[in-house]
Design a protein around this ligand. Structure first.
Ligand SMILES: NC(=O)c1ccc[n+]([C@@H]2O[C@H](COP(=O)([O-])OP(=O)(O)OC[C@H]3O[C@@H](n4cnc5c(N)ncnc54)[C@H](OP(=O)(O)O)[C@@H]3O)[C@@H](O)[C@H]2O)c1
Length: 244
């Protein structure tokens, strides 16, 4: 049986990438529904899509799927999450920029359904997070730590969800509390560059990740959807899906 996938925000940059992969990859995956705000606007790059799949009806679209993939905006993610809880569906959340209250709602929902949430679904970033944890636990307390990121100028949240994930990975591995400085640039069409820099008196270590194509996040979202499709309720991360 194929895994039926629902993509709210299918007209967005990530929605389109994920839909293309589901449609092309197809092995054991089927695009059961996509949700748009305004159905009268066609999605040029997905013009081959059957009109019956695309709708404005979130509740109906979610009820038809096995796994919902959310890359939208926090306020809409909360509606998608509620629809998944009501219909007892699994959800992969890639949206970033949640408030503390919204994160609490996601945690509460994970007592009822399976949720995989990751601010960055790329394999490379998740490997970098592990490396940063290790470096933080060995020299984090005695170094200056800076997180430097570049993104395209349309990105709304700042620092990025990925930078905040790096901050958590660092702070959770320090003995004493300390500030981690963020340096954010919003320029051109940059998909996403992140660097974590540990500076000691006479040397520095730089962990650098560069995304060339949004496809890496879409591939991660597909991997996450396959992985969560047979998992019990709970809150999971990309580390779980990648066995890191
Ligand atoms: N986790 C990761 O690996 C990763 C990677 C890349 C991006 N992201 C995050 O994913 C999110 C989306 O990024 P993007 O670049 O794809 O953004 P985008 O191009 O702006 O797409 C957002 C989509 O969500 C829809 N949407 C937003 N609010 C809505 C609402 N209230 N009702 C209905 N539809 C709504 C938009 O519809 P309209 O077009 O009608 O507004 C659009 O289709 C961001 O939070 C971004 O930071 C995460």
């Amino acid at each position: 049986m194929p895994i039926n996938v629902c993509i709210p925000g299918i007209s967005g940059k990530m929605g389109i990438e994920i839909a293309k992969l589901v449609l092309l990859d197809a092995s054991n995956m089927r695009l059961s529904s996509g949700v748009v705000r305004d159905q009268s606007k066609s999605i040029e790059s997905l013009s081959s899509l059957d009109n019956k799949i695309i709708s404005e009806d979130l509740e109906q679209a979610v009820s038809d799927c096995d796994v919902c993939i959310d890359f939208t905006r926090p306020e809409y993610s909360m509606k998608i999450l509620q629809a998944c809880v009501t219909n007892n569906k699994k959800i992969v959340i890639g949206t970033t920029g949640f408030s503390k209250e919204q994160i609490k709602k996601i945690e509460n929902a994970s007592k009822k359904i399976s949720i995989l949430k990751a601010s960055n679904m790329s394999i490379g970033i998740n490997l970098c997070l592990k490396i940063v944890e290790n470096i933080s636990s060995s020299i984090g307390d005695i170094s200056d730590i800076d997180i430097i990121e570049h993104h395209h100028k349309h990105k709304v949240d700042m620092p990025s969800g990925t930078s905040l994930a790096f901050e958590d990975a660092i702070k959770n591995n320090l003995v004493n509390k300390k500030d981690v400085k963020h340096h954010c640039l919003r320029v051109g069409n940059v998909v996403g560059d992140h660097m974590v820099k540990f500076t000691l008196e006479n040397e520095s270590i730089e962990i650098n990740h560069r995304s060339f194509d949004r496809k890496i996040f879409a591939e991660g979202a597909i991997l996450a959807s396959r992985w969560i499709s047979n998992k019990d309720k709970g809150l999971y991360t990309m580390s779980d899906a990648l066995s890191l």
